[in-house]
Design a protein around this ligand. Structure first.
Ligand code: ADP
Ligand code: MG
Length: 373
């Protein structure tokens, strides 16, 4: 565990970048430091690996003051990833990634084999190994940066706005990849960002800093969204807190119904017999085609263009209540379509039923918090 104990950083010109910051950073999870530009995030991160020395306070790594460790050994135990990746422009991708193992005295073959293994792990095609950084896209370069930081298998990863310079689509891919890698490797990650959505998505716990390097709140993302500590945190979280918090509630408990689901080759009687205002028509494999009125369907009108779109279905158990609600809101009938991993319809659920599930989830959450507190 990394523990920051009333750490202050005052730069020589008198700027207080970090002000009596105390944080317990748990092992094997992602702790995000988030806050506006200039609030002391980078300074905090660099104090952990001693690129910046604190003016006051202590930083403990597994109970031991980081100052008591030789700085080279300390930095080797901490991979470091920065914005724009900071790659060596004159080295190939494979040699960039092999840098630290080579410094540690590994043979060239072994270091390169390790580098190739890491390229695969971070989702880089092996064909890129002999290229130079300028021949890669920004997103690919960031992946190289992550692979390089992981090369010597350090227990700690320090990441300073690693995805801030790439476009939103690439950024989402990198975030998903980081979560996937973390599931396999379980590193202790300290991740800095100014983007609250990124913080909420990646963090097991999120530390919100305010200008002057003071801690505003340190909590799991769902708790930030439900109970911001003050107006600053609330303002920083931005709009739609309630909706965004639904991402942390599972959709598994939603009660699905198959009553209004019919196959395209069902009999006219079956179609006409329903008292639902709309029926969801599926193909023979059970994949959704669209919604139709029972009367129209019984009359044989299931031409694709005549069905109403079923929107984007959700996968119960995998997707959150937010995803389910989004499906229902987007659906022209107000009913969300639930499918299995293969895209086959498991059932449908109404906006109203989702609303009830949301109220129940909130009530259960409050009860849990009451018991815990
Ligand atoms: N070497 C330095 N000398 C003086 N002031 C600095 C130095 N580095 C950063 N600062 C100041 O410290 C504050 C925090 O900076 P930084 O940690 O880089 O913030 P962030 O990463 O959150 O944007 C800012 O006001 C910044 O201008
Ligand atoms: Mg910074």
């Amino acid at each position: 565990m990394i523990r920051m104990d009333a750490v202050t950083k005052r730069y020589p010109d008198g700027t207080v970048a970090v002000d009596r910051l105390s944080l317990e950073i748990p092992d094997r999870s992602i702790t995000v430091l988030v806050g506006p530009s200039g609030c002391g995030k980078t300074t905090t991160l660099r104090m952990i690996n001693r690129m910046v020395e604190p003016s006051e306070g202590r930083i403990l790594l597994d109970g031991e003051d980081v100052r008591s460790r030789p700085v080279t050994a300390l930095r080797r135990s901490m991979g470091y990833v920065i914005q724009n990746a900071g790659l060596f422009q004159h080295r190939t991708i494979v040699d960039n990634i092999a840098t630290v193992p080579r410094m540690l005295g590994w043979g060239k073959q072994k270091a390169r084999a390790r580098a190739r293994e890491l390229m695969e792990r971070v989702g880089l095609d092996a064909s890129l190994a002999r290229r130079y950084p300028y021949q890669l896209s920004g997103g690919q370069q960031q992946r190289v940066g992550v692979a390089r930081a992981l090369a010597a298998d350090p227990p700690v990863l320090l990441m300073d706005e690693p995805f801030s310079a790439v476009d939103p689509v690439v950024r989402k891919g990198l975030q998903d990849e980081l979560l996937r890698i973390q599931e396999e490797l379980a590193k202790t990650i300290v991740f800095v960002t100014h983007d609250i959505d990124e913080a909420v998505k990646l963090g097991t716990k999120v530390a919100v800093l305010r200008t002057g390097g003071r801690l505003a709140q340190f909590a799991p993302p769902a708790e930030l969204l439900s109970d911001p500590a003050d107006a600053f945190v609330e303002d920083f979280l931005g709009a739609d807190r309630g909706i965004r918090r639904l991402s942390f509630f599972p959709s598994a408990g939603l009660e699905l119904t198959t009553g209004p689901v019919v196959r395209a080759d069902a009999t006219a009687e079956r179609m006409a017999a329903s008292d639902a205002p709309y029926l969801l028509v599926t193909d023979a494999q059970g994949r959704p085609l669209g919604w139709g009125r029972p009367g129209d369907l019984a009359a044989g009108d299931i031409r694709p263009g005549h069905l109403l779109p079923y929107g984007r279905p959700f996968v119960p158990g995998t997707d959150s209540l937010r995803a389910a609600l989004d499906c229902a809101v987007l659906s022209p009938t107000g009913w969300a379509v639930a499918v299995d991993a293969d895209g086959r319809v498991k059932g449908v659920v109404s906006q109203q039923a989702i609303g009830e599930a949301i109220r129940a989830a909130h009530a259960a959450d409050r009860t849990d918090a009451g018991v815990a507190g």
